[in-house]
Design a protein around this ligand. Sequence first.
Ligand code: C5P
Length: 244
Amino acid sequence: MTISNVSSLDDDSRIIVALDFPEAKIAEEFVSKLDPKLCKLKVGKELFTRAGPSFVEVLVSKGFDVFLDLKFHDIPNTVASACSVAADLGVWMMNVHASGGRGMMEAAREALDKKGQDGRPLLIAVTILTSIDQSDLSEIGFSGTPEDNVRRLGLLAKSAGLDGVVCSAMETEMLRKECGREFVLVTPGIRLAGSDKGDQKRVMTPVNAIRAGSHYLVIGRPVTQAGDPRKILININNELNRLI
Ligand code: C5P
Protein backbone atom coordinates (compact mmCIF):
# COMPACT_ATOMS: atom_id res chain seq x y z
CA MET A 1 0.00 0.00 0.00
CA THR A 2 1.36 3.42 -0.90
CA ILE A 3 -0.01 6.38 0.98
CA SER A 4 1.80 9.68 1.15
CA ASN A 5 0.59 12.46 3.38
CA VAL A 6 -0.27 14.90 0.66
CA SER A 7 -0.90 12.72 -2.38
CA SER A 8 -4.17 11.72 -3.97
CA LEU A 9 -5.93 8.56 -2.93
CA ASP A 10 -8.25 8.89 -5.97
CA ASP A 11 -11.77 8.60 -4.67
CA ASP A 12 -10.50 7.32 -1.36
CA SER A 13 -11.55 9.89 1.25
CA ARG A 14 -9.17 10.50 4.15
CA ILE A 15 -12.12 11.11 6.45
CA ILE A 16 -13.47 8.46 8.80
CA VAL A 17 -16.72 9.60 10.41
CA ALA A 18 -17.17 8.25 13.95
CA LEU A 19 -20.72 6.90 14.23
CA ASP A 20 -21.02 7.61 17.96
CA PHE A 21 -24.77 7.05 18.18
CA PRO A 22 -26.68 5.08 20.83
CA GLU A 23 -29.22 3.54 18.44
CA ALA A 24 -28.97 1.89 15.02
CA LYS A 25 -31.98 3.84 13.79
CA ILE A 26 -30.33 7.21 14.47
CA ALA A 27 -27.07 6.02 12.91
CA GLU A 28 -28.91 4.70 9.86
CA GLU A 29 -30.77 7.94 9.36
CA PHE A 30 -27.49 9.86 9.57
CA VAL A 31 -25.71 7.49 7.16
CA SER A 32 -28.53 7.86 4.62
CA LYS A 33 -27.31 11.48 4.12
CA LEU A 34 -23.78 10.33 3.19
CA ASP A 35 -22.14 8.32 0.48
CA PRO A 36 -19.01 6.16 0.37
CA LYS A 37 -17.10 8.63 -1.82
CA LEU A 38 -17.39 11.29 0.89
CA CYS A 39 -16.13 9.31 3.86
CA LYS A 40 -15.43 6.02 5.58
CA LEU A 41 -17.30 5.10 8.77
CA LYS A 42 -16.14 4.08 12.24
CA VAL A 43 -18.24 1.80 14.44
CA GLY A 44 -17.10 1.77 18.05
CA LYS A 45 -18.09 -0.02 21.23
CA GLU A 46 -21.32 1.91 21.87
CA LEU A 47 -23.00 1.37 18.51
CA PHE A 48 -21.58 -2.13 18.10
CA THR A 49 -22.87 -3.20 21.51
CA ARG A 50 -26.31 -1.83 20.69
CA ALA A 51 -26.68 -2.69 17.02
CA GLY A 52 -24.37 -5.68 16.62
CA PRO A 53 -22.48 -7.17 13.70
CA SER A 54 -25.52 -7.14 11.41
CA PHE A 55 -25.44 -3.34 11.47
CA VAL A 56 -21.79 -3.39 10.39
CA GLU A 57 -22.78 -5.66 7.50
CA VAL A 58 -25.51 -3.22 6.48
CA LEU A 59 -22.94 -0.40 6.26
CA VAL A 60 -20.57 -2.60 4.26
CA SER A 61 -23.39 -3.59 1.90
CA LYS A 62 -24.02 0.12 1.23
CA GLY A 63 -20.43 0.32 -0.07
CA PHE A 64 -18.80 2.07 2.91
CA ASP A 65 -15.31 1.25 4.14
CA VAL A 66 -15.90 0.45 7.81
CA PHE A 67 -13.33 0.81 10.58
CA LEU A 68 -14.40 -1.54 13.40
CA ASP A 69 -13.00 0.24 16.47
CA LEU A 70 -13.29 -2.43 19.18
CA LYS A 71 -9.68 -2.19 20.42
CA PHE A 72 -9.24 -5.89 21.15
CA HIS A 73 -6.94 -6.75 24.08
CA ASP A 74 -6.84 -10.35 25.35
CA ILE A 75 -4.77 -13.51 25.04
CA PRO A 76 -3.41 -14.12 21.52
CA ASN A 77 -5.81 -16.95 20.63
CA THR A 78 -8.88 -14.96 21.67
CA VAL A 79 -7.82 -11.79 19.84
CA ALA A 80 -6.83 -13.72 16.71
CA SER A 81 -10.24 -15.43 16.64
CA ALA A 82 -12.07 -12.14 17.20
CA CYS A 83 -10.11 -10.49 14.35
CA SER A 84 -10.87 -13.41 12.06
CA VAL A 85 -14.62 -13.14 12.76
CA ALA A 86 -14.49 -9.34 12.36
CA ALA A 87 -12.83 -9.77 8.95
CA ASP A 88 -15.77 -11.96 7.90
CA LEU A 89 -18.02 -8.90 8.36
CA GLY A 90 -16.18 -7.31 5.45
CA VAL A 91 -14.68 -4.42 7.42
CA TRP A 92 -11.88 -2.31 5.93
CA MET A 93 -9.91 -1.74 9.15
CA MET A 94 -9.87 -2.99 12.75
CA ASN A 95 -7.70 -2.45 15.80
CA VAL A 96 -6.08 -4.04 18.85
CA HIS A 97 -4.14 -2.64 21.83
CA ALA A 98 -0.37 -2.70 21.25
CA SER A 99 0.07 -3.28 25.00
CA GLY A 100 -1.39 -6.77 24.43
CA GLY A 101 2.15 -7.57 23.29
CA ARG A 102 3.97 -8.92 20.27
CA GLY A 103 2.47 -12.43 20.50
CA MET A 104 -1.07 -11.05 20.53
CA MET A 105 -0.45 -8.68 17.61
CA GLU A 106 1.33 -11.34 15.54
CA ALA A 107 -1.48 -13.82 16.14
CA ALA A 108 -4.04 -11.21 15.02
CA ARG A 109 -2.01 -10.41 11.94
CA GLU A 110 -1.61 -14.10 11.05
CA ALA A 111 -5.35 -14.70 11.47
CA LEU A 112 -6.04 -11.90 8.99
CA ASP A 113 -3.34 -13.10 6.57
CA LYS A 114 -5.21 -16.38 6.33
CA LYS A 115 -8.11 -14.40 4.84
CA GLY A 116 -5.94 -13.72 1.74
CA GLN A 117 -3.93 -10.60 0.99
CA ASP A 118 -6.47 -9.02 -1.39
CA GLY A 119 -9.37 -8.78 0.95
CA ARG A 120 -7.42 -8.50 4.20
CA PRO A 121 -8.60 -5.64 6.43
CA LEU A 122 -5.99 -3.21 7.69
CA LEU A 123 -4.91 -3.99 11.24
CA ILE A 124 -3.80 -1.08 13.39
CA ALA A 125 -2.86 -0.70 17.04
CA VAL A 126 -3.77 1.68 19.84
CA THR A 127 -0.50 2.73 21.52
CA ILE A 128 -1.31 4.95 24.51
CA LEU A 129 -4.86 6.27 24.72
CA THR A 130 -4.90 10.06 24.42
CA SER A 131 -6.92 10.18 27.65
CA ILE A 132 -3.87 8.83 29.54
CA ASP A 133 -1.43 11.38 30.92
CA GLN A 134 1.92 11.11 32.68
CA SER A 135 0.46 10.45 36.13
CA ASP A 136 -1.93 7.74 34.81
CA LEU A 137 1.02 6.08 33.08
CA SER A 138 3.11 6.05 36.25
CA GLU A 139 0.17 4.72 38.25
CA ILE A 140 -0.23 1.71 35.94
CA GLY A 141 3.50 1.09 36.12
CA PHE A 142 4.74 2.40 32.76
CA SER A 143 8.01 4.32 32.94
CA GLY A 144 8.85 7.18 30.58
CA THR A 145 6.72 9.88 29.05
CA PRO A 146 3.56 9.25 27.01
CA GLU A 147 5.60 10.07 23.89
CA ASP A 148 8.32 7.53 24.82
CA ASN A 149 5.64 4.88 25.21
CA VAL A 150 3.89 5.81 21.96
CA ARG A 151 7.23 5.49 20.15
CA ARG A 152 8.06 2.14 21.77
CA LEU A 153 4.61 0.64 21.18
CA GLY A 154 4.43 2.06 17.66
CA LEU A 155 7.73 0.37 16.78
CA LEU A 156 6.56 -2.86 18.43
CA ALA A 157 3.33 -2.78 16.41
CA LYS A 158 5.33 -2.25 13.25
CA SER A 159 7.71 -5.09 13.97
CA ALA A 160 4.75 -7.38 14.76
CA GLY A 161 3.57 -6.72 11.19
CA LEU A 162 0.70 -4.32 11.88
CA ASP A 163 -0.25 -1.76 9.25
CA GLY A 164 -0.30 1.29 11.49
CA VAL A 165 -1.51 2.94 14.68
CA VAL A 166 -4.15 5.31 16.01
CA CYS A 167 -2.39 8.40 17.29
CA SER A 168 -2.78 12.02 18.23
CA ALA A 169 -1.92 14.50 15.49
CA MET A 170 0.83 15.74 17.84
CA GLU A 171 2.57 12.35 17.50
CA THR A 172 2.41 11.89 13.72
CA GLU A 173 5.69 13.60 12.91
CA MET A 174 7.64 11.47 15.38
CA LEU A 175 5.90 8.24 14.26
CA ARG A 176 6.54 9.03 10.59
CA LYS A 177 10.25 9.37 11.36
CA GLU A 178 10.38 6.23 13.49
CA CYS A 179 8.07 3.93 11.54
CA GLY A 180 8.30 5.21 7.95
CA ARG A 181 5.89 6.76 5.49
CA GLU A 182 3.96 3.58 4.73
CA PHE A 183 2.94 3.00 8.35
CA VAL A 184 -0.71 4.11 8.47
CA LEU A 185 -1.46 6.89 10.99
CA VAL A 186 -5.10 7.34 11.97
CA THR A 187 -5.80 10.52 13.90
CA PRO A 188 -8.78 11.55 16.03
CA GLY A 189 -9.09 14.93 17.81
CA ILE A 190 -9.88 16.82 14.60
CA ARG A 191 -11.73 20.11 14.78
CA LEU A 192 -12.71 22.53 12.03
CA ALA A 193 -11.21 26.01 12.31
CA GLY A 194 -13.26 27.98 14.83
CA SER A 195 -15.41 25.02 15.95
CA ASP A 196 -16.03 23.89 19.52
CA LYS A 197 -13.31 21.62 20.96
CA GLY A 198 -15.75 19.81 23.25
CA ASP A 199 -13.89 17.34 25.49
CA GLN A 200 -10.90 17.02 23.14
CA LYS A 201 -7.88 18.88 24.47
CA ARG A 202 -5.23 18.72 21.79
CA VAL A 203 -6.93 19.30 18.46
CA MET A 204 -5.89 20.02 14.87
CA THR A 205 -7.72 21.09 11.74
CA PRO A 206 -8.05 18.51 8.92
CA VAL A 207 -5.54 20.32 6.71
CA ASN A 208 -2.94 20.66 9.47
CA ALA A 209 -3.36 17.02 10.52
CA ILE A 210 -2.76 15.77 6.96
CA ARG A 211 0.19 18.14 6.60
CA ALA A 212 1.60 16.76 9.86
CA GLY A 213 1.52 13.23 8.43
CA SER A 214 -1.87 11.65 9.22
CA HIS A 215 -3.24 9.31 6.59
CA TYR A 216 -6.80 9.18 7.88
CA LEU A 217 -8.73 11.57 10.11
CA VAL A 218 -11.35 10.33 12.57
CA ILE A 219 -14.03 13.02 12.87
CA GLY A 220 -17.09 12.67 15.07
CA ARG A 221 -19.17 15.56 16.39
CA PRO A 222 -18.03 18.25 13.92
CA VAL A 223 -19.79 16.11 11.28
CA THR A 224 -22.40 14.10 13.21
CA GLN A 225 -23.84 17.19 14.89
CA ALA A 226 -23.73 19.43 11.85
CA GLY A 227 -26.97 20.66 10.29
CA ASP A 228 -25.67 19.61 6.87
CA PRO A 229 -23.04 16.86 7.36
CA ARG A 230 -22.78 16.26 3.63
CA LYS A 231 -21.79 19.86 2.99
CA ILE A 232 -19.18 19.75 5.77
CA LEU A 233 -17.67 16.56 4.29
CA ILE A 234 -17.59 18.01 0.77
CA ASN A 235 -15.84 21.11 2.11
CA ILE A 236 -13.21 19.12 4.03
CA ASN A 237 -12.58 16.79 1.08
CA ASN A 238 -12.15 19.82 -1.20
CA GLU A 239 -9.72 21.42 1.24
CA LEU A 240 -7.70 18.21 1.43
CA ASN A 241 -7.71 17.74 -2.35
CA ARG A 242 -6.23 21.22 -2.69
CA LEU A 243 -3.18 19.99 -0.75
CA ILE A 244 -2.17 17.68 -3.61
O1 C5P B 1 -16.54 13.74 18.30
P1 C5P B 1 -15.05 13.58 18.14
O2 C5P B 1 -14.53 14.12 16.82
O3 C5P B 1 -14.27 14.08 19.32
O4 C5P B 1 -14.88 11.98 18.06
C1 C5P B 1 -13.64 11.37 18.01
C2 C5P B 1 -13.78 9.88 17.90
O5 C5P B 1 -12.48 9.33 17.96
C3 C5P B 1 -14.58 9.21 19.00
O6 C5P B 1 -15.22 8.05 18.43
C4 C5P B 1 -13.52 8.79 20.00
O7 C5P B 1 -13.89 7.66 20.73
C5 C5P B 1 -12.37 8.45 19.07
N1 C5P B 1 -11.05 8.53 19.69
C6 C5P B 1 -10.55 9.69 20.27
N2 C5P B 1 -9.29 9.68 20.83
C7 C5P B 1 -8.57 8.57 20.82
C8 C5P B 1 -9.04 7.42 20.24
C9 C5P B 1 -10.32 7.44 19.68
O8 C5P B 1 -11.21 10.72 20.28
N3 C5P B 1 -7.36 8.60 21.32
